[in-house]
Each structure stands twice: as C-alpha cells, then as structure tokens.
Design a protein around this ligand. Structure first.
Ligand SMILES: [Zn+2]
Length: 460
C-alpha cells in the first residue's frame, strides 16, 4: 500500500490529527539532452548538456581514462571546477545546462582523405552524476559542412537516443566524410560506415552478409536486431583482414580493417568478421574469464565457416590443429586464468585464444557424445543466449558457464572450465584424433547449408 493510500484511509476515518494530504505530484522524468558541436577540424567538440528531472552534482567521464580530453566546463559564463576530468556544479541542482569542451587527442583513427575521425564516445560524452535509474537521453549533432556521424545507437532523423550502456561502456563514433551503407540480413539491420574506397558496397554486402548469416546459424537468428560496422581499409602484407574489434556501448558495433587489395572471395573466406560477430552471441566477461569467450569465438570462427561453406572442412580441421600448436608454443607459463587476465600486457593472445578453443572443442565433443548428437555447443549457445541476453555489462564467467549447463542439461561444463583455468599446461588435444571421435569430428565440420541460410538468391 502506498503512503498516499494510508493517508487517504485515515482521512476517511476523520482523524483530525492527520494533516491533509496533498495529491501526489507527477514526477518529472529524468532527461539529458546533449547538443554536440564537432569542430571544423574534427579535433574536438563543444557540448551542451541540459539536465532536468534529477538532482545532479555534476558530470563525469564514461571511464576514468576519459578525463584528460576535457578542456573546460561552464554554466553560462561561469567556469566550473573540473578535478580529474569530472565536472562539478557549485551545488547540487535539479536542472542545469552545462557547456563543456573536449579535444580528440587520441583518436583511434584519423583519415585525411576523405577527412574523417574515429573516436570513443568517452572523448565527448560525460554522464550525469549520480546517474538516474531511468534516464531519457538524446544526442543531437552539429557537424561541419559535408560531415556526417555514425554510431550504433537508435535514432530518429538526426537525433540519437542512447541507452544506459552508452554511458558506461566504450563504443566508437565516426565523424567526417565517409561512405554510408545499410541493408538487412535475416531480420538484422546492418549499418556500415566505410572510410576509404574499398571494398565497394556490393562486396561489403556479400562479405558481411555472409559472415552474419554464418554467425546467425548458431541459433537460427542473430542475437542483435542491429549491428553497426566501421570499415577502415588498411594495407597488410599477409592478412586479408588485419584486425577486428567489438564494442558494445549503446549497441553492437564491429570495427574491421580489411586490406584494400583483398578480393571479395578472400574477404568471405577470412575468419576475422565471423570471430568478431561470434562475440555478440556471448556476454562481455571480466579479463580473467575472457579465455572462455575468446576460445568459443576462435572455435566458432572455424566451425561456422566450414558449416556454411566459407571454407572446406579439411581446412577448418587443419586450422584448428595448427592453432592448437601455436597456442602450445606461446604464453608465459601462467595458469590460463591469469594468462587471460594479463594478456593485454604480455601479448599471450595465441595461448589464451587457442587454449580456450580447445575447451570449446572439448565441450562440443562431450555434449555430442553424451547426447548421441542431439546437443551441441552451438545449440547450447543459441538457447543459452536468452539467459544472458545482450546486456553490455561485464559479467562473471561462471554466469555464462552455468547458463550453458542449464541450456544443454549437462553438468560437466563448469567443472571442466575450472580445470582449464587452473592449468599452466596447454590442454591436451591429441585425443581428438582418435577413431573414437572421427564421426563426431565430421559432424562438427560438415556443411549445413540449410542452417546457414546461405543461398545464391539470399545473399549474392
Ligand atoms: Zn575475440
């Protein structure tokens, strides 16, 4: 019963000592309206943040590292204190319009021809502090002449409506002159921002469309309604796609660096896009647990491409074997969990990714064996994804593992992961070659074009 009802009930009893209740006030919703003016040289932004319907002490960067981009903050002509990049109001306010200025000192990428820049939103978006439970936020851009913006956030015309995770988790924004492209693949809307001339639009559609369909085949649908791609053609001596990265702040975004010399066939056969998209089936884990998601994405990049005809099953099997050997030779000798925690510092990526892939293979083999082929790792991920959702928040590896157990009905996954996490030795993979597994191995890597939805009509 709400306090208003209690008061009303007592009033009916005619108790003279109960003060008369005033009717509940309509609570105004917390709103933050940002107007972001990008400088002509794409080197920074002047932002006006108008906040209302909440009591705020100020505005703070998305994460601590964002602070140095701040150059100053004002209300009207009055400068505000900005200790450590945090904007402090003189006193808490229910409504305020704050101006602040930031510089894009460390853009991820800057192209001069055509002129465009890629920066984390942490270099121009400061969030209200404290952050209200339900914030309606909108962001409108004022851009230099001929410049455009690209972000993975919902929008209507030129106004974006970022959700909560856009204020807590990094994502990349593109400003300047670049190519736009949008299409849809099996119900998922795809938006592409391409800096540079290659690959041309029809090849992008074929490459990314194929990768999306292969990745969607895990569960018959792609887990996100919208995916945003940033494509930066980048020459590479020996790779068709030099690098890829997923960001999740306010929406799913994949950055890819294809070689401008790669043919569309080479891009389609490459692993990077399928690997990055596979991450979007999985939650974002803490660094010490990341061997699990990197391992599953590494395993899926090979299995899904074989399943969907983007590479032969022989090649997939060889690549898995070669990957395990690379992983076995790499690393610092730490147990896998701490190898995973430290990998951005030590560079032990091969060790972490391929030990994780060996775990994914072991889980897939055992699920298939114990269920006579009824249950697979792909199916467990496709069903389990509903349990962990598409939230951008960092979660514990155990949440992912127990959801996989629940979805598959198996009880060994968590225990097996603990053994892998604690081991300093690269996991044994020799057993997979034994005749006992030959049939399951064929099942894992054989084509399943029906499941992939890859047909000449649908995507060529
Ligand atoms: Zn990865």
């Amino acid at each position: 019963m709400s306090p208003w009802r209690v008061v009303g009930f007592l009033s009916l009893l005619g108790c003279a000592h109960v003060p008369e209740a005033s009717p509940p006030r309509e609570r105004s919703r917390a709103q933050a309206r940002y107007t972001v003016t990008i400088y002509d040289n794409l080197g920074g932004a002047r932002v006006r943040a108008c906040l209302e319907g909440m009591t705020v002490n100020g505005l703070v960067p998305i994460y601590d590292g964002g602070g140095p981009a701040l150059r100053g903050a004002w209300i009207g002509d009055d400068p505000l204190d900005t200790p450590d990049g945090r904007i402090r109001l003189r006193e808490p306010a229910r409504a305020a319009c704050v101006d602040y200025e930031t510089r894009f000192d460390s853009p991820l990428f800057r192209a001069s021809d055509p002129a465009a820049v890629i920066v984390s939103q942490a270099q121009w978006l400061w969030r209200p502090d404290p952050f209200p439970r339900d914030l309606e936020a909108s962001v409108r851009f004022e851009l230099p002449m001929d410049a455009e913006v690209s972000l993975p956030w919902p929008r209507s015309d030129s106004t974006y409506f970022p959700e909560r995770s856009a204020f807590y988790t990094s994502v990349y924004s593109v400003f300047g002159s670049f190519e736009h492209q949008s299409f849809s693949v099996m119900g998922t809307s795809v938006e592409v921002a391409r800096l540079g001339l290659r690959p041309p639009a029809d090849e992008i559609r074929r490459w990314l469309g194929g990768a999306l369909q292969a990745t969607a085949s895990v569960g018959g649908r792609f887990p996100h309604d919208r995916v945003h791609f940033i494509i930066i053609p980048t020459p590479s001596q020996d790779k068709h796609v030099a690098f890829g990265m997923v960001r999740r702040g306010g929406g799913a975004s994949v950055l890819l660096l294809p070689s401008p010399n790669a043919t569309v066939g080479q891009l389609e056969a490459d692993w990077v896009a399928v690997h990055e998209l596979s991450h979007l089936w999985l939650p974002h884990l803490y660094p010490g647990d990341r061997w699990i998601t990197e391992g599953i994405a590494t395993y899926l990049q090979e299995v899904l491409r074989a399943r969907c005809g983007l590479q032969s099953s022989e090649r997939a099997w060889t690549r898995l074997q070669e990957g395990f050997e690379r992983g076995r030779r790499a690393g610092t000798g730490r147990p896998l969990a701490s190898e995973s925690r430290e990998m951005s510092r030590t560079g032990a990526y091969h060790r972490v990714y391929w030990a994780g892939a060996a775990f994914a293979l072991a889980v897939d083999l055992r699920l298939r064996k114990e269920s006579n082929g009824e249950m697979t790792l792909l199916r467990a991920i496709g069903d389990g994804q509903r349990l962990w959702g598409t939230d951008a928040r960092l979660v514990d590896g155990s949440a992912l593992l127990s959801a996989l157990q629940e979805a598959s009905g198996a009880d060994f996954i968590q225990e097996l992961a603990e053994t892998y996490a604690a081991s300093s030795d690269f996991p044994s993979t020799e057993y997979v070659r034994s005749p006992e597994y030959s049939e399951i191995r064929t099942q894992i890597l054989s084509g399943a074009d029906d499941a992939c939805g890859l047909s000449a009509e649908s995507w060529r």
